[in-house]
Design a protein around this ligand. Structure first.
Ligand SMILES: C[S@@+](CC[C@H](N)C(=O)[O-])C[C@H]1O[C@@H](n2cnc3c(N)ncnc32)[C@H](O)[C@@H]1O
Length: 264
């Protein structure tokens, strides 16, 4: 295991160790964490937890309990280490395996599911990342494979399911995202936060080759600084019959622009 690094998120300093297949902290993660409203002792499922940063952030914000879930045993090893590094010893459960294995009676003990899914569209640039990164970055040919698996599982949980909060890139196609969530699965969707994120030139070129007229539809635009940006959306999803609090900051719908960071 690599040594740990220090990150600041939402005013907390967090020590995290990672591995080649387990990311420590990227911009998607930071945006997801800072969109969550966790001070009411909300209980959280950190789906696809990787290093555990989202759940650790939740605990530092006062969350009453976190279930860390990841398909990779390596990720759960990092979570154990990272909990110890940050002095967090209680209120945690760990589940190694696909989220689809989590049963309704396990998830109803929680108020909120947070997920930064693998969502890189391999059809855009199959050589965009090293093989070790595939498990946390690849979303299949169009980027939506894992997102759709998640939506199928979530829909199957029914009206007692916790609210789910996902961070999604506009290059998946906003209309396609809405259609998968609302039209195909009859779930409710609110976009609770948006920000713009620099897109690397190779991806702009790949997008242009694939659909030259489609850049606006994919939320891609050129800034005054000459840099190309995509949009990042924090989407809150819930079953139509579910009530209760959202666990997501409200009134946060403006478009903001964040600086350079890890590119995805
Ligand atoms: C983009 S990473 C996010 C990691 C971490 N939450 C973060 O924000 O840094 C996606 C994570 O989802 C995990 N994952 C992929 N498919 C999964 C599945 N079916 N069930 C649970 N976890 C999965 C990967 O192993 C990876 O750790």
């Amino acid at each position: 295991m690599q040594g740990h690094r220090l990150f600041t998120v939402g005013g907390h300093q967090v020590a995290l160790c990672s591995r080649p297949s387990v990311p420590a902290m990227g911009i998607f993660t930071r945006v997801l964490c800072e969109s969550l409203c966790l001070h009411h002792r909300i209980r959280v499922i950190d789906v696809g937890c990787g290093s555990g940063i989202v759940g650790i952030y939740a605990l530092l914000e006062g969350s009453a309990g976190v279930l860390f879930n990841d398909i990779q045993p390596e990720a759960l090893k990092c979570v154990r280490r990272n909990l110890a590094l940050n002095g967090l010893v209680s209120g945690c459960s760990l589940h190694c395996g696909p989220f689809a294995d989590l049963r309704l009676d396990e998830v109803t003990a929680y108020d909120l599911i947070a997920f930064d899914p693998p969502q890189f569209p391999l059809g855009l640039d199959a050589r965009a990342f090293a093989p070790a990164e595939a498990v946390f970055r690849s979303g299949g040919a169009d980027g939506l494979d894992v997102v759709c698996q998640f939506l199928d599982w979530y829909q199957g949980l029914g009206s007692r399911s916790p609210v789910a909060t996902l961070v999604l890139s506009s290059i998946l196609g906003e209309e396609r995202i809405y259609s998968e969530i609302i039209d195909r699965r009859a779930l409710r969707l609110s976009v609770v936060h948006r920000c713009a994120l620099p897109l690397r030139n190779a991806l702009v070129e790949a997008l242009r080759r694939r659909s030259p007229l489609d850049l606006p539809r994919l939320g891609v635009s050129s800034g005054l600084d000459g840099v190309w940006y995509k949009q990042l959306m924090v989407a809150q999803i819930r079953h139509p019959d579910r009530g209760g609090s959202s666990g997501v900051r409200s009134g946060d719908r403006g478009v903001s622009r964040v600086g350079e960071g890890p590119r995805r």
